[in-house]
Design a binder for this molecule. Structure first.
Ligand SMILES: Nc1nc2c(ncn2[C@@H]2O[C@H](COP(=O)(O)OP(=O)(O)OP(=O)(O)O)[C@@H](O)[C@H]2O)c(=O)[nH]1
Ligand SMILES: [Mg+2]
Length: 468
């Protein structure tokens, strides 16, 4: 088993597929009693065979029977997986039933009646981790695969699930273990100073390791964006073309567009994949001074959304002169990550890009026509460049950091390594030096889960869905 975390040995069951309309549902069960429970409710079609003689990982056709009521519940396929060759590492079974709301629920209820317990969120994966089927970083990637919003997010989650991050961490751990071994070899000579040749080598190896860890830490900003997407507010004065731009990006008429300024009152939220990044767009009311009570509420909301957003797309109507409403918006985005969409490029221009130079870098201004759809590709490219500034990761197999928990653990290990370097400088004893190295090693072990606590596991697996 993988750690000291108490392991509940009971049998768990859950519907693994999304609830609702669907052709097929999968109900899974894991634990010691899985097969005895299945035996009581599954009746195989054709020649009578006991489930003891079923081949693992083979599908058997049959019916789920509610013996108490003497009724068939559904026609299903059933598969057994024998410990340790299953997802959780325990005896497991899957029932593939008809979908919908009722049938899978009835089958689950029967499993529970026969002695299974409803699984907690992520409990199948927790068991997989506790049984050494995967490490903690891989287990975390399972939910990232399920929740991925873009191809690129999915690619990163899959790399982590395959174990690429774990391999990287494991190389750091090996390097650290080498350094630790060399320090511990000195413990038998406490009275003597460590040979300067050895000291130099230790310092050099440690510095190299720190540099490598730093490179990985620096991928976090990008990884976070790829995994979680970016809250983006589309702001601008009334009639600038914000809702038209939202519709262009979504490639559908989602928001009402009209020539009457103040059309959008409430905000509209939609997510769109922009070059592998999930932009969570909010179309807002046009910002201006107004006496209209309802519009004013919209304007306040728009300002709040702009403040909260990580990225702003400011839409400016280039067919009208810059007015105070535009300038107020331009002033507000000065300190934010922002792109300017200079809209209505298809009609006569009153504003040129260079008129905006006082407010924003030229490379963050894009001429577009939200009406015709021109310049939208350029806008997408510039948005990606602003957020990531890297090559297309979906084509590379380089793993990036996507979890804050991992970043904090790496920073902790660097802290300990720096403290180790300081202690070498002040000629501390080998025992003392070894202490920092062990703590650095512990910090790395937290990422892959060799070192963990119930609290950490609780936090990680509670984010999972039930049945995973
Ligand atoms: N010629 C031209 N007209 C545009 C363009 N983009 C938007 N419009 C027109 O400008 C008007 C306002 O467009 P909307 O998208 O509703 O503008 P908005 O910024 O959402 O406006 P509010 O919701 O009122 O703040 C509509 O008549 C659009 O057809 C463009 O690129 N070129
Ligand atoms: Mg609008």
């Amino acid at each position: 088993m993988n750690s000291d975390i108490p392991y509940e040995n009971d049998t768990i069951a859950a519907i693994a597929t999304a609830q609702g309309d669907g052709g097929i549902a999968v109900i899974r069960i894991s634990g010691e009693k899985s097969f005895t429970i299945i035996k009581q409710l599954f009746s195989k079609t054709g020649k009578a065979t006991t489930i003891e003689s079923f081949n693992p990982h083979h599908m058997y056709h049959g019916h789920i029977i509610d013996t108490e009521q003497g009724k068939r519940v559904d026609e299903v396929l059933c598969m057994l997986m024998k410990s340790p060759n299953s997802y959780t590492g325990e005896d497991m079974a899957e029932i593939h039933s008809h979908g919908g709301r009722l049938v899978p629920k009835k089958i689950l209820d029967l499993l529970l009646k026969l002695g299974a317990r409803p699984a907690n969120p992520g409990e199948f994966t927790l068991r997989a981790y506790l049984n050494g089927k995967m490490d903690l970083a891989q287990a975390e990637a399972v939910t990232d695969v399920v929740n991925a919003q873009t191809e690129e997010g999915l690619k990163q989650a899959e790399l982590q699930l395959e174990g690429l991050l774990s391999e990287k961490i494991s190389r750091y751990k090996d390097n650290l273990a080498d350094i630790l071994a060399e320090v511990e070899a000195q413990v038998d000579f406490p009275e003597e100073d460590i040979d300067p040749i050895i000291t130099n080598r230790l310092v050099q190896k440690t510095k190299e390791l720190i540099e490598n860890i730093k490179i990985l830490i620096n991928t976090y900003e990008e990884g976070r964006i790829i995994k979680n997407g970016v809250n983006t507010a589309i702001v601008g004065k009334p009639n600038a073309g914000k809702s038209s731009l939202l519709n262009q990006l979504l490639v559908k008429d989602r928001a009402i567009v009209s020539s009457i300024p103040g059309t959008t009152r409430d905000f509209i939220e939609e997510t769109v994949d922009v070059r592998g990044i999930a932009l969570k767009l909010t179309d807002t009311a046009g910002i201006r001074l107004t006496d209209d009570e309802i519009e004013n509420i919209g304007v306040k909301l728009a300002k709040k959304k702009a403040e909260e957003a990580e990225l702003i797309i400011a839409v400016i109507d280039s067919s009208t002169e810059l007015n105070n409403d535009d300038i107020e918006i331009l002033e507000q985005i000065r300190d934010k990550k922002a792109i300017i969409a200079l809209n209505k490029s298809d009609i006569e221009q009153k504003i040129a890009k260079h008129d905006l130079n006082a407010y924003i870098d030229g490379d963050k201004i894009v001429s577009i026509s939200a009406k015709l759809g021109t310049g939208i590709e350029d806008l997408k490219n510039k948005t990606r460049d602003l957020l990531i500034r890297k090559t297309n990761k979906s084509e590379s197999s380089e793993v990036v950091l996507t979890e804050l928990r991992h970043k904090l653990a790496l920073e902790k290990s660097i802290e300990r390594l720096n403290s180790f370097l300081n202690s070498i400088d002040s000629s501390e004893s080998p025992e003392f030096l070894a202490l920092d190295l062990r703590l650095a090693l512990d910090a790395l072990g937290k990422i892959t889960g060799e070192v963990t606590t119930e609290d950490i596991l609780g936090r990680i697996f509670s984010k999972f869905c039930i049945g995973k």
